[in-house]
Design a protein around this ligand. Structure first.
Ligand code: PEP
Ligand code: CO
Length: 452
């Protein structure tokens, strides 16, 4: 480890002296500068007060008093920045959160992979089709998914388009939330047409009615509305991947004497960019947001301890969430030593489970999919292992959509490989559809209640 470098004072651009993997190569440096100059003058997408409030809630989740629900698309696309899609995603997250609230009996922190999840890490820099090789598609923030040389050329103005889409998304979500859409007294506002054809409808209705009844009961005793039932908090998150985009939205907040990355509330460092001495860790160590770190099978105990030392040297409550994503085959072997390793640091983290990214398979027809049973099994194991080791799983992280897609197999409707072609929309990873997401929420609540 380069101890010397660690001493260098942090600056928003200090990452540029490190190796930055997964970054686009723009053909025109002057155009990049112009886009960044514009981006850095625009108002922030979120404010530091919200970021601090989320950190406080995550600190409570670390103590077992709250539960984190984080979910959304693998990659958002600019074309899908529409009222229907955004509302559907918000609805499914709200519905899941109500199921979890009911089942776990603790407040749920709702975080969307939304309003900025536009950049993707890729396993190869280029893609070859029929003898033609072009740069890989790195998400709408960087280039376009079509396979032609114009589409794949990284375009710095897409950072501005991404910022604008993120602002439009946040604006709509905030207006819905503030306007009473998320009022727990009226869960019918979030009904998706699909629910009435679902085998899960009865169970969902039962949960919702029971929550409405308890609210009515408490309010009749309290003689008025119970605090926080009309307006909920909803936070944004995305992978902090494209460092020029993130750096342009770093702001020093005088009043707090701290830097924040105000492109989102809750950035996470992806598995491919978590090198301790790499550019991503350097950038994120200097901003005060709560941070997620994806933890995969390649992570060692020493590496994780170094990441914690670098990113949370003062053991600040709420600062770090470790999102493990081992896959059902690896979790039993990989998770326990890492729980021990974190314990040995004497610091507190929030453990969350992403049961999606370690369970991706390719079908015989070449589509990427994930099986509901494996996703569920990894979650069950995660709860069990943490519990057995005197730790606790305080959150879940899903790729899901409010739409009726067919990308993951299994679930109550028993989707098979043969069903996938029917409504497969993802350009990247397969997402749980509305019904599968709802079912998982119910299953998580059941896992916890079985043990309680
Ligand atoms: C993702 O969350 O979409 C992702 C790429 O995850 P990971 O870094 O865990 O592979
Ligand atoms: Co993904």
């Amino acid at each position: 480890m380069t101890r010397g470098m660690e001493q260098i004072e942090w600056q928003p651009a200090s990452w540029t002296a490190r190796t930055a993997v997964q970054q686009p190569s723009y053909p025109d440096a002057a155009e990049v500068e112009r886009a960044l100059a514009t981006l850095s003058r625009l108002p922030p997408l979120v404010v530091s007060g919200e970021v601090e409030e989320l950190k406080k809630q995550l600190a409570e989740a670390q103590q077992g008093q709250r539960f984190l629900l984080q979910g959304g698309d693998c990659a958002e696309s600019f074309d899908e920045c529409t009222s229907d899609r955004i509302a559907a995603k918000l609805k499914i997250l709200l519905q899941m959160s109500v199921i979890l609230l009911h089942g776990l009996k603790k407040p749920v922190i709702r975080v969307g992979r939304m309003a900025g999840q536009y950049a993707k890490p890729r396993s190869a820099d280029t893609e070859t089709r029929d003898g033609t090789t072009l740069p890989s598609y790195r998400g709408d923030l960087v280039n376009r998914s079509g396979f032609d040389s114009n589409d794949r050329l990284p375009d710095p103005n897409l950072m501005l388009r991404g910022y604008e889409r993120a602002a439009l998304t946040l604006n709509f979500v905030r207006a819905l939330v503030d306007g009473g859409f998320a009022d727990l007294h009226h869960p019918e506002y979030w009904d998706l047409a699909f629910v009435s054809h679902s085998p899960l409808e009865k169970e969902y209705r039962r949960i919702v009615e029971s929550i409405s009844d308890s609210l009515d009961f408490f309010e009749s005793i309290a003689g008025g509305p119970v605090h926080h039932t009309r307006r909920i908090d909803f936070y944004s998150s995305h992978e902090g991947l494209h460092l020029l985009y993130e750096q342009a939205q770093a702001r020093f907040i005088e009043r707090r004497r701290r830097w924040y990355n105000l492109s989102t509330h809750f950035p996470w460092i992806g598995m491919r960019t978590a090198d301790v001495d790499g550019a991503h860790v350097e950038f994120f160590r200097g901003v005060s947001n709560p941070l997620g770190i994806k933890v995969g099978s390649a992570m060692t105990a020493e590496w994780l301890q170094e990441l914690i030392a670098r990113l949370n040297p003062r053991n600040e409550p709420g600062r770090l969430t470790l999102i493990h994503r081992f896959g059902v085959n690896d979790i039993e072997e990989r998770l326990p030593p890492l729980i021990e390793a974190v314990r040995a640091t004497g610091t507190t983290v929030l453990w969350s489970c992403d049961p999606m990214h370690g369970n991706t398979e390719t079908t015989s027809s070449g589509l990427k999919t994930r099986r509901f049973d494996r996703i569920l099994r990894e979650l069950e194991l995660a709860f069990e292992i943490h519990h057995e080791m005197g730790s606790h799983l305080g959150g879940v992280h899903f790729e899901l959509t409010g739409d009726n897609v067919t990308e993951c197999t299994g679930g109550a409707r028993g989707l098979t490989d043969g069903d996938l072609a029917r409504a497969y929309q993802s350009q990247v990873d397969p997402r749980l559809n509305y019904e599968q997401a709802l079912e998982l929420g119910m299953r998580i609540a059941a896992i916890r209640n079985r043990r309680a």
